[in-house]
Design a protein around this ligand. Structure first.
Ligand code: LLP
Length: 421
C-alpha cells in the first residue's frame, strides 16, 4: 500500500505531481510519502496491539532526518548500527530509551556514546565484543543492558547477499555457543543480560523460516532462565519482505504479528522489532530523466541520468524495481524492450535488462518504484557525481530534505598537501 498514483495522467506522490518536484529540484531525486510512512508504522503498531512491543525502526533502511522525524512522531523507536545512526535517531527526537544498537563491529567510542545516552539495549554479536563493552561500561561506572544476537542457522532472505542467519554468516553467535556466552557475561561487571536477539535476513517472503528461528530463540530463553538468567526481552530483528512486483506476495504484517504473538505466548517478554524495508520501501521512489536511447543489434539501451551511485540495489542484488513513466501511457501502446542503464563507467551500472516499457524519448521522466529503503542511504559520489537529492511530501506540501551538494561542497573535505600547492 502506498500513495503514488496517476492523477490526470501524471504520477503523483500524495497530492504533489512528481513532474513539479523534478522541475523544481532536478533529477535524479528521491521522493518520500509521509502518508505512506505513517500508514506503514501504524499498520505494524496495530498488528502488535496489546503486546508489550517496541517497534525500533531500522535506521539503515532510510536515515533521512525528515523520515526519522515522521516516524518518531508515530512513536517509533530506532535500531541503529553505528554512532552516526544513533546520533541521527537522537537528533530526530527518538528517545534513547527506545533505541537498540546492533552490529558486529561497534567501536569503544560508539559504545561510550550509547552508554552516555543510556540506550535501551546493546545487541552483542561476539564474545570479544562483550568483553570490550564490559570494560568500557565499568570505566564509565555504567551497566549496559544487552542481548546476545544468536545465529539460529536458518536460511532466509530475498538474496544470498542479504541473508544473515545461516551458519557461516558473520552475524551473531553460533546457536550452540550462546549458553556458554551468557554464562561468561554473568561473570562480567558492567553487563546485564536482559534479552536474546535474532535477525535472519531481509526481504523475507515466507513466515516459516522466521517462525523456525523465533521458536529456537524461545527455547533458548527458557533454558537461559533455568540457568538463572533474568531474560525479559526478545529482539526479533527485521526482515519482513515487501512487494516489489505486482505478483509479489509477502506475508502481511498481521500474519507476521500473529505468528509472533503465538510464538511468545505466555513467555512474559518485551518483544523488540527492527522493521526497515516494510516501513520505508514502498514509501519512496527515485525520479530520473531519460538522456538517450541507443539501439544496437543486440540490445536496445535506454540511458538515464541516474546511476548505480544513486540506486545501488540492482547492481548489488540484481534487485527489481518497477519503472513507471511520470506521464501515464495507455495500456494499448506497444511496449519496447529496453536495457535501462546509467551514465557510470561500469558494466554493473544497469538497472534492468530487457524491461518492457512504452517508447521512451529523451527528456521523458521515469519513477523507480519501491526505492524508499536502501536507496538514498546507499548512494555515493562515485564518478564525482553529486549526492542524489531527497524530497519529503506531506499532502499537498513538499520539502527538499537533502539538497544536492554544490561542486565546492563535494571537494570541501579535501586538502592539497603543501608539496602540491
Ligand atoms: N535489524 C538488523 C540487525 C539488520 O541487519 C537489518 C537489515 C534490519 C534490522 C532491517 O531489515 P529489514 O526490515 O529492512 O529487512 N541493502 C539490502 C538490505 C540489507 C539489510 C541489512 N540489514 C537491500 O537493499 O536489499
Amino acid at each position: 500500500m502506498h500513495h503514488f498514483h496517476y492523477r490526470n495522467g501524471r504520477l503523483h506522490c500524495e497530492d504533489v505531481s512528481l513532474d513539479a518536484i523534478a522541475d523544481a529540484v532536478g533529477t535524479p531525486v528521491y521522493v518520500y510519502s509521509s502518508a505512506t510512512l505513517r500508514r506503514h508504522a501504524r499498520v505494524i503498531a496495530e498488528a502488535f496491539d496489546g503486546m508489550d512491543c517496541l517497534i525500533a525502526y531500522s535506521v539503515k533502511a532510510n536515515g533521512n532526518l525528515g523520515v526519522l522525524k515522521t516516524l518518531a512522531a508515530e512513536g517509533c523507536g530506532a535500531d541503529v548500527v553505528s554512532g552516526g545512526e544513533l546520533q541521527r535517531a537522537l537528533v530526530a527526537g527518538i528517545p534513547a530509551s527506545r533505541i537498540v544498537f546492533s552490529g558486529v563491529g561497534k567501536t569503544r567510542a560508539e559504545m561510550r556514546l550509547a552508554l552516555r545516552e543510556d540506550i535501551h539495549q546493546f545487541n552483542i554479536e561476539s564474545a570479544a565484543e562483550a568483553e570490550v563493552l564490559s570494560e568500557v561500561a565499568c570505566n564509565m561506572g555504567k551497566v549496559a543492558r544487552i542481548a546476545v544476537r544468536v545465529n539460529p542457522d536458518v536460511a532466509a532472505g530475498g538474496h544470498p547477499n542479504i541473508s544473515t542467519g545461516k551458519a557461516g554468516d558473520k552475524f551473531g553467535v553460533p546457536w550452540k555457543e550462546a549458553e556458554a556466552l551468557y554464562a561468561r557475561i554473568a561473570e562480567l561487571d558492567g553487563l546485564s543480560a536482559v534479552g536474546v536477539d535474532v535477525h535472519i535476513g531481509s526481504q523475507i517472503d515466507a513466515i516459516t523460516p522466521m517462525q523456525d528461528a523465533f521458536l529456537r530463540v524461545v527455547t533458548l530463553v527458557r533454558r537461559l532462565r533455568e540457568q538463572g538468567h533474568e531474560i525479559t526481552r526478545m529482539d526479533l530483528g527485521g526482515g519482513l519482505g515487501i512487494p516489489y512486483r505486482a505478483e509479489d506476495n509477502p506475508p502481511p504484517p498481521a500474519e507476521y504479528a500473529n505468528m509472533i504473538r503465538e510464538v511468545t505466548e505466555g513467555l512474559g517478554v518485551e518483544v523488540i522489532l527492527e522493521p526497515g524495508r516494510v516501513i520505508a520501501g514502498n514509501a519512496g521512489v527515485m525520479i530520473t530523466e531519460a538522456l538517450y536511447t541507443k539501439p544496437s543489434p543486440q540490445r536496445n539501451f535506454l540511458i538515464i541520468d541516474a546511476g548505480m551511485n544513486d540506486l545501488m540495489r540492482p547492481a548489488l542484488y540484481q534487485a527489481h524495481h518497477d519503472i513507471l513513466p511520470l506521464r501515464e501511457r495507455p495500456d494499448s501502446e506497444d511496449r519496447i524492450s529496453y536495457d535501462v542503464v546509467g551514465p557510470i563507467c561500469e558494466s554493473t551500472d544497469k538497472f534492468a535488462a530487457e524491461r518492457k516499457l512504452p517508447a521512451i524519448a529523451p527528456g521523458d521522466r521515469l519513477a523507480f518504484m519501491s526505492a524508499g529503503a536502501y536507496g538514498a542511504v546507499l548512494s555515493s559520489q562515485y564518478n564525482a557525481r553529486p549526492l542524489v537529492a531527497e524530497v519529503l511530501v506531506d499532502g499537498d506540501k513538499y520539502a527538499v530534505v537533502r539538497r544536492r551538494p554544490a561542486f565546492e561542497e563535494m571537494i570541501a573535505l579535501e586538502t592539497t598537501p603543501d608539496w602540491l600547492s
